[in-house]
Design a binder for this molecule. Structure first.
Ligand SMILES: NC(=O)c1ccc[n+]([C@@H]2O[C@H](COP(=O)([O-])OP(=O)(O)OC[C@H]3O[C@@H](n4cnc5c(N)ncnc54)[C@H](O)[C@@H]3O)[C@@H](O)[C@H]2O)c1
Length: 429
């Protein structure tokens, strides 16, 4: 259930292993895309969809009655937050309500959506039992967090360890057998409860959020002290133990790092507990787009220009490199801030053709109408007052961009070792 960034790769992996997989999603465009063999996720090859659909291993539908014929149901629905950053588990509730209507005996239900500890047993289980069937005897229930890392070519579903926590030992055992058909059994990590599995995923994402925030804060300090933070990180990374590099950037984006930590800080309040690290990390990471804009303003100022009226090209709108996902992208926040200050902003992103209202399928709304990815040529680059590199896509020809730009603001250290053209400048965050 849910054929998005998590559900589609999972469906494909199980189909490839010989399971008969049905993808169910209310979004008709995704169902059509699957039957048309049109991948909408950069990590998934359209040819792969074509092969498994034509071999009959994968089908897709918006009709939830298909659940009646299914033995194992994966819930891969969104878990966003509200405007006030409170968890929104309504998609999980809707999916559970739908399952109970079509439930048959001996089904196994696996929740893969990231959520706060307690969701599986406090939210999903009571709904599933409301139809009269008992968990453990009539059906099995498991939480197994998805760890897919979009754009990562080294670690995929097949070679990334999978954590599994069932509502009872039998559920955990069955889920281990199941996942072992797709990944090696030594990569399946069983834990003693659904809550441990739920908390494990949050720990992983909070770990990233806090460490990114630490390096972002040190970036502010290094800037004031006139120290190149990137060189410091490279030098510290030579330590073979006890150090793991994290890098500054325009902020955190996507469906996970900016969202998931709030799921735990919200749940913590039920226990009269206030997680200071989670809130502090969010505050620092959220301040990064404005910091980038202030660096652009300072850099333009040195050239005797103001942001207002400046022609600025943003390189990249995806929330990270080599993907076509712009959800919660900090690059879009930088663009919006520049737009509010009346800069004339354009962007280039080889993975995302347009952003904003009415934009390309599956892109987010940036709040400033629809803008389209600009092509870049040497002549066009020379016309911009500033080119700001917000994403380190492999497809960007950085030497070419630097060679033809008057001013480059680099938030990713991709210009390292490249000299600006005569009279031009590179400014790093
Ligand atoms: N994107 C990632 O990299 C990633 C990584 C790990 C975990 N997660 C987690 O996985 C979950 C899903 O994320 P995603 O990125 O795949 O989201 P997504 O928005 O890409 O996909 C979710 C899909 O669920 C569908 N859907 C909504 N309600 C439904 C219902 N009742 N029944 C069936 N389908 C329904 C939506 O139409 C959508 O296609 C979230 O909890 C997320 O935090 C995401």
């Amino acid at each position: 259930m849910g054929l998005g960034y998590v559900g589609l790769p999972l469906a494909i992996e199980f189909a490839r292993s010989g399971f008969n997989v049905t993808g169910i999603d209310p979004d008709k465009r995704k169902i059509k895309a699957i039957f048309d063999s049109q991948s909408y996720i950069s990590d998934i090859n359209s040819e792969d969809i074509k092969t498994i659909v034509s071999q009959g291993y994968l089908s897709a539908t918006t009709d939830f009655s298909a659940l009646e014929d299914i033995d194992i149901i994966f819930i891969c629905v969104p878990t966003p937050f509200s405007k006030c950053k409170e968890p929104d588990v309504s998609y999980i509730i809707d999916a559970s309500n739908t399952i109970v209507k079509h439930m048959k005996k001996r089904q196994m239900i696996i929740l893969e959506s990231t959520t706060y500890p307690g969701t599986t047993e406090e939210v999903v289980l009571p709904i599933l039992e409301s139809g009269g069937k008992k968990c453990g005897t009539d059906f099995h229930l498991v939480f197994s967090p998805e760890r897919v890392d979009p754009g990562n070519r080294t670690f995929t579903i097949k070679n990334t360890p999978k954590v599994i926590g069932g509502t009872d030992e039998t559920s955990t055992f069955l889920a281990k057998e199941l996942y072992s058909q797709v990944i090696s059994s030594h990569l399946v990590v069983t834990v003693s409860s659904t809550r441990i599995a739920e908390m494990t995923k949050l720990l992983e994402n909070i770990f990233r959020s806090v460490n990114i925030a630490l390096i972002n804060e040190l970036t502010f300090l290094a800037d004031r002290m006139g120290i190149d933070i990137w060189e410091v990180i490279t030098a510290a990374s030579s330590k073979p133990f006890g150090f793991m590099p994290f890098y500054p950037g325009p902020g955190v984006g996507g469906h996970c790092i900016p969202v998931d930590p709030y799921y735990l800080s919200w749940k913590a309040r039920e226990y009269d507990f206030y997680s200071k690290f989670i809130e502090l990390a969010a505050e620092i990471n959220l301040s990064m787009p404005r910091y980038v804009v202030s660096k652009i303003a300072d850099a333009l100022n040195e050239s005797g220009k103001s942001i207002k009226g400046a022609k600025i090209l943003a390189m990249g709108v995806a929330f990270k490199k080599n993907i076509n996902d712009a959800r919660n992208s900090p690059a879009l926040k930088v663009i919006e801030e520049l737009y509010k200050k009346e800069a004339v902003v354009s962007y280039n992103d080889p993975h995302i053709k347009s952003v904003g209202n009415g934009s390309e399928l599956f892109c987010v709304t940036s709040g400033m109408g629809t803008i389209h990815s600009e092509s870049i040529t040497a002549a066009k680059l020379r016309q911009y007052d500033c080119v700001v590199i917000l994403v380190d896509h492999d497809a960007f020809n950085i030497p070419f961009i630097v060679k033809n730009s008057k001013l480059v603001v680099d938030t990713k250290n991709v210009t390292s070792g490249i000299k600006p053209a005569k009279g031009a400048r590179i400014v790093k965050i």
